[in-house]
Design a protein around this ligand. Structure first.
Ligand code: MN
Length: 280
């Protein structure tokens, strides 16, 4: 077993997107533009309705996947192909935009807390123009595993102690875990050696790494893991919560323009034209 060290820690950047939704951009800002295959990670979390109420009205996507994981609050999504659904607390929507769609993501509540994550994962060239596809699961469909004393893991994608998460995506073979740790509890998870991997602490604090080289990671910090085949973390605060995410890098050229992520500039120009001509 070789334990992955933490090679970087990053704090997100406050920004806003959609129609003025306040959020923290953790991946996809100048300090970490991408972590192949991950293009963006936003954390949204507020109990002030004015920070989220305007939502994300109609906007396009092409060439990648958006993964929304709700912790609190309810979000209604609707696209121009007739798909719609309601994301409730604890649910996940894994949307492969593929060749393109136009959708809205709007809060379905006027009060209370709205909290969650949106992760963008790239698609390989051969899948960028595939048909749009949704994988959507409510909280009752996402297995929770008690791994050891004081360690509970929700398995959204990947496998923990023989329990598999519901998401399937062969292209990047993703792992997406939500960890809940008591103070002092530790968690060890094998991850494929070639995968990019990161962890984001959203409550409490932990140390990551192992064998004399642990790195403290506090709340609202992202830790990027280096080489190895296993991740080891230990909570240093009560009720520590973090997402642990990994995926196979694509190692392809990335041409990016807002909600379009393709391989070449020509493909971006085609996306702009296709959207204008109503071909999404
Ligand atoms: Mn969107």
């Amino acid at each position: 077993m070789s334990i992955r060290p933490v090679v970087r820690t990053i704090r997100g950047m406050a920004t806003s997107d959609g129609a003025g939704v306040k959020l923290t951009r953790v991946i996809g800002s100048p300090q970490l533009m991408e972590l192949d295959p991950f293009l963006m990670l936003d954390e949204f979390g507020t109990d002030r309705p004015e920070d989220y109420i305007a939502g994300f009205p109609d906007h396009p996507h092409r060439g990648f996947e958006t993964v929304t994981y709700m912790l609190d609050g309810r979000m209604r999504h609707r696209d121009n192909h007739g798909n719609s659904g309601l994301l409730v607390p604890g649910s996940v929507q894994w949307m492969s935009a593929g060749r393109g769609l136009v959708h809205s993501e709007m809060p379905e509540q006027e009060h209370g807390r709205m909290r969650g994550f949106q992760l963008w994962i790239n698609l390989p060239a051969r899948l960028k123009m595939s048909e749009p596809r949704y994988q959507e699961f409510g909280p009752e469909q996402i297995p929770e595993v008690d791994v050891g004393p004081g360690v509970r893991v929700k398995v959204i994608a990947g496998e923990v102690a023989g329990v598999c998460g519901p998401i399937e995506q062969a292209a990047t073979d993703p792992v997406y875990l939500d960890l809940l740790l008591d103070q002092g509890a530790s968690f060890t998870q094998p991850l494929p050696e070639g995968h990019s991997a990161f962890l984001y602490v959203y409550e409490g604090a932990l140390v990551a790494g192992g064998e004399g080289s642990t790195t403290p990671v506090s709340s609202q910090q992202l830790a990027v893991f280096g080489r190895g085949d296993t991740v080891v973390v230990a909570a240093t605060a009560p009720g520590t919560r973090a997402i642990l995410v990994a995926g196979r890098p694509l190692r392809e050229p990335v041409a990016r323009y807002g909600p379009f992520v393709m391989n070449t500039r020509e493909e971006i120009m085609q996306a702009v034209e296709d959207l204008r001509a109503g071909r999404f």
